[in-house]
Structures are given as C-alpha cells and as structure tokens.
Write a new protein. Structure first.
Length: 270
C-alpha cells in the first residue's frame, strides 16, 4: 500500500520485488508452510475490497513432508473479519482439514457433506483429494453461502453449495447420502446441540456405514454431548487429541484443547 512518500534509492525496484515474491512463494510451497495472508492485491483479484470490508485471503498448505509426496497443494480462503462466525477460519477447521489430508485415502471418490461449513476449509481439502463434496450452512445466512461459492470458484473446485439448517427437514436434505459427514467447531453453542445431532443421525441413517468427523474445543459440555449421542443412537468410534497428529509448524499456531472425534450409529439402537 502506497504511503504517498517518494521512494529512496535503497528501496527495491518493482522487478526486484516481483522476483522476491516469487522466491518466497516457492519456499512456502516447498516447506508446506502453515498459512499466510497475501497482499491486498490478492483480495482484489477475488472481487472483494480489503479496505472497505476488512477482507483478506489466507493460504493453507497441505503435504510436502517428503520429496516423494506429489500431493502438495494449498487452499485460499476468503475471510471477512466484519461478518459473523462463518466468514473466517477457526482453529478447529485447520485441525479437521489436516486430518482429512492425512486420511486422504478414505476420501477419494466418496460422497462428503460438510455441516456448518462457513469458510469450508475441511470440505475443500476433501474435494482436493478426490471426494464429491456438498458444502452446507444455515439456509438463512446468505452472505456465508455466497462467500462459500466465491471460495470454491477462487480455488477452481467444483463443490455444490446448499442451505441446510440443523433440525429443519427441508426436501434437499432427503436427497443427501453422504459416506462422510464433516463438522468443524459445530459444537460451540449448546442450544444448537440437539438440532445438530438430530441432523447428523438422519444423515448417517440415510447412508449405512457412514461416519461423522468433527473437531471441537473442550469448552463444550461433554456430559450434554454424551447424553445427546445416546438420545439419537450415536456412539464415539474414535477420539483423538488434535495436537497428536498436527505438524509442529501448524500446531504452534493453535490455542486451546482441540479434540477430534469420529461418530457413527450405535448398532444396538439401530
């Protein structure tokens, strides 16, 4: 951003700046960096104004742990700091996205639905590794749904965008048959827990053998979660500490105690 003052002889030329930016980007990709925020120019290319709406783009790298790995890629996320919770990337999304990358063999060619997707980082990673992805969020949050479409277009990923409000049984929901259901930080408001688990149970029943993968902060009420899982015929099939599988460069930027859990139907109640 220009300050209006003249450039000194010691300042780099435009050509030097471009070369330095290219070198830096190459270094980032090679080392599988955790994330970065490009310049406002990148935001403008997404059709949004950084100055007016506090919009920026964060970049999230996956893979690149060894030279033999040819699955290195990044996802760019358009974030808006003035909007509601669904317009920027939460730590739980980063943890779930990394888990998807590490479990990518489970996602190739399968049907995936992300609930409360917001900026959709986990769902986009799933799409990148070969899943057929439907991204959903509250039907009444048009700005969030529109931003999801922009993010998909910006990353050249073909994901379906669907308004889906937990606990509301609208016609499109009956056509969903996901093998994997995703939800990052969807367990943050206890007043929504019952509707969330009702929705999850319906989707899992609609697709036998499916699984719900979710990440959440330990601020959530475990007793209420356990009660509602029993109520809706669900059980925990895997529980992991988020830090146990995060690369150090990504773990160092996280705060709080983040859990990852895989939930399935409890066969004794089915």
């Amino acid at each position: 951003m220009s300050s209006g003052s003249g450039r000194s002889d010691d300042d780099p030329t435009e050509e030097e700046e471009e070369e330095e930016e290219e070198d830096n980007e190459g270094d980032d990709a090679a080392s599988a960096s955790c994330s970065l925020v490009p310049s406002p120019t990148a935001s403008a290319s997404a059709g949004v104004s950084s100055a007016r709406t506090m919009t920026t783009i964060s970049r999230h790298y996956f893979g690149g742990d060894s030279s033999a790995d040819d699955h290195v890629f990044f996802i760019d996320i358009i974030e808006n700091m003035r909007e509601d919770y669904g317009m920027f990337v939460w730590p739980c999304s980063k943890v779930l996205a990394e888990y998807i990358w590490q479990q990518r063999s489970r996602f190739s060619g399968v049907s995936v639905v992300e609930l409360g997707a917001g900026t959709s980082l986990p769902g986009l990673v799933a799409a990148k590794v070969g899943a057929n992805v439907i991204l959903t969020d509250n039907s009444y949050q048009k700005e969030v749904l529109d931003n999801m479409k922009r993010i998909c277009d910006f990353n050249k990923l073909n994901c379906e965008i669907l308004g889906l409000t937990w606990g509301e049984w609208e016609e499109p929901m009956f056509n969903l048959h996901p093998q994997i259901v995703l939800g990052a930080d969807v367990l943050y408001d206890s007043t929504d827990f019952d509707d969330l688990f009702a929705t999850v149970a319906f989707l899992l029943e609609n697709s036998p053998g499916s699984v719900f993968m979710t990440t959440y902060h330990n601020r959530s009420g475990h007793h209420l979660i356990e009660f509602l899982m029993v109520k809706w015929g669900l059980k925990c099939s895997k529980l992991l500490d988020g830090y146990s599988f995060m690369p150090p460069c990504k773990a160092c930027s996280l705060q709080g105690n983040i859990q990852l859990v895989e939930i399935t139907l409890d066969k004794q109640f089915s």
